[in-house]
Design a protein around this ligand. Structure first.
Ligand SMILES: Cc1cc2nc3c(=O)[nH]c(=O)nc-3n(C[C@H](O)[C@H](O)[C@H](O)COP(=O)(O)OP(=O)(O)OC[C@H]3O[C@@H](n4cnc5c(N)ncnc54)[C@H](O)[C@@H]3O)c2cc1C
Length: 409
């Protein structure tokens, strides 16, 4: 039986571990934290997971929350700038063909760790350093590093400047989970303004059913406000002011909200980074990066967890196809290339969302108000960003499509 170790128990590592376990592989996971430390720890993400990634979880039988989670049935898109300032300049709503879900990653990760162990999988608990990897490479046939974003494995998996247009974070992020008495739509709210974005969505969290409210502010601007925030009440007060000032049509949501708990907030800033995915250890042995360790997107486009699930599927297919052959350098590059064939579009879409929208994208968002086909196509980019490239990357193609779709309507 092939022996594989996955460093990191997150959306990427655990979906792969559970998938390989189901196929009879001897998989070991190395996790920095125990299931309880994750479950009772701080907020990690806002994790809107769309249909393709959910389907993968269903294929593996690890969709443990389908009966409890509030489905994310639609997206309500608003762009600021209406004449009185109190209403959006652009507003449309679009139902997803298949609902998305946001299950708190603390719930997912801790439940999946428990399931993996209950099914006979081994989890070792410690924080792996680059120096530890040679010992793993000696013990296992394949070492996959799925330890999330951040600089800890920078030297092993250097930034690839060709696909990493940003060297600094492009958004100051503040997320909180709240309970609100305000009437809520059955899905995701995406508010776009000149100083940043705001997302609101239903979440099944460790605290039960809540709403996640995320602000993504352009650094140095009026939505870059989280530096000195240390408690959740302060976070909520600032959130109320941000909604009033930038997205006032939704201000009632936070005015009528209370925090879901003292740990239910997160502040940060992420540099979107694509890395060289194959790392060489001092012994000469190779290790393969996966998930955020290989490709980190800013969360503004809601792509990271979706792509982590995608990576797990692609890597699993590559591992199965390798049969008894060595997991050599070619295998590693091919496994990543298969994933990147899709992930590059998610990264391109996400990076584009961080830049001011060009005229043809604004025209698309505007036309979506009147032409349902356009709203449908744009909304479904979140679940399948492959359609972004060659459409919204090309002004002429976009404008011609708008004319044709408008004529059809
Ligand atoms: C604020 C915010 C909002 C987001 N919203 C969305 C969204 O709406 N939709 C979406 O798709 N994505 C979203 N994301 C991104 C998403 O959460 C990540 O892309 C996804 O979790 C990546 O999965 P991963 O398994 O690669 O890494 P992670 O989920 O980070 O998991 C890595 C795991 O490895 C462990 N680990 C780290 N270092 C070590 C070590 N040295 N040794 C052992 N273990 C280690 C960590 O404890 C963790 O459990 C959001 C992220 C943030 C921060």
């Amino acid at each position: 039986m092939r022996r594989i170790v996955i460093i990191g128990a997150g959306q990427a590592g655990l979906v792969l571990a559970l998938g390989l376990q189901k196929r009879g592989y001897d998989v070991t996971v190395v996790a920095e934290k125990t299931a309880d430390e994750v479950r009772y720890g701080r907020l990690i993400s806002n994790q809107c997971v769309f249909h393709p990634a959910l389907e993968r979880e269903r294929e593996l039988g690890i969709n443990l929350w389908d009966d409890e989670v509030q489905p994310v049935e639609e997206v309500a898109f608003n762009a600021a700038g209406g004449p009185a300032g109190t209403e959006p300049a652009i507003a449309w709503r679009q139902k997803f063909d298949h609902p998305a879900q946001s299950v708190d990653q603390r719930v997912k990760v801790s439940d999946w760790m428990t399931l993996f162990e209950a099914q006979g999988g081994e989890i070792r608990h410690h924080k792996v350093t680059p120096n530890d990897l040679d010992a793993y490479a000696a013990e296992f046939e394949l070492v996959i590093v799925a330890a999330g974003r951040g600089p800890q494995f920078d030297a092993l998996f250097p930034r690839n400047p060709e696909f990493s247009p940003y060297a600094e974070p492009q958004r100051a992020i503040g997320i909180a989970y709240v309970r609100t008495k305000h009437p809520m739509p059955p899905g995701l709210i995406f508010n776009l303004g000149p100083h940043g974005e705001n997302f609101i969505l239903p979440v099944l969290s460790v605290q039960g059913k809540v709403h996640g409210i995320g602000f993504f502010g352009i650094p140095g601007g009026p939505m870059d406000v989280w530096h000195d925030v240390t408690d959740i009440d302060q976070h909520l007060e600032i959130g109320v002011e941000l909604l009033r000032a930038h997205f006032p049509w939704n201000k009632g949501i936070l005015e009528e909200a209370e925090p879901a708990g003292p740990l239910e907030m997160l502040h940060g800033a992420i540099t979107p980074t694509v890395r060289h995915p194959v790392g060489k250890l001092p012994s000469g042995k190779l290790v393969l990066a996966m998930g955020d360790t290989a490709v980190t997107n800013d969360p503004v486009g809601g792509q990271g967890a979706n792509m982590a699930a995608r990576a797990a599927k692609s890597y699993q297919e590559a591992i199965l196809a390798q049969e008894d052959r060595d997991f050599d350098e070619k295998f590693m590059h091919d496994a990543f290339a298969k994933y990147w064939a899709v992930a590059q579009h998610a990264t391109a879409f996400n990076n584009a969302l961080l830049a001011p929208p060009p005229e043809h994208v604004l025209a698309t968002l505007d036309t979506a108000q009147r032409v349902p086909e356009v709203a449908h196509r744009f909304a479904h980019l979140f679940e399948n960003p492959v359609g972004y490239t060659g459409w919204l990357t090309d002004r002429e193609v976009s404008m011609r499509y708008l004319q044709e779709a408008t004529a059809r309507a």
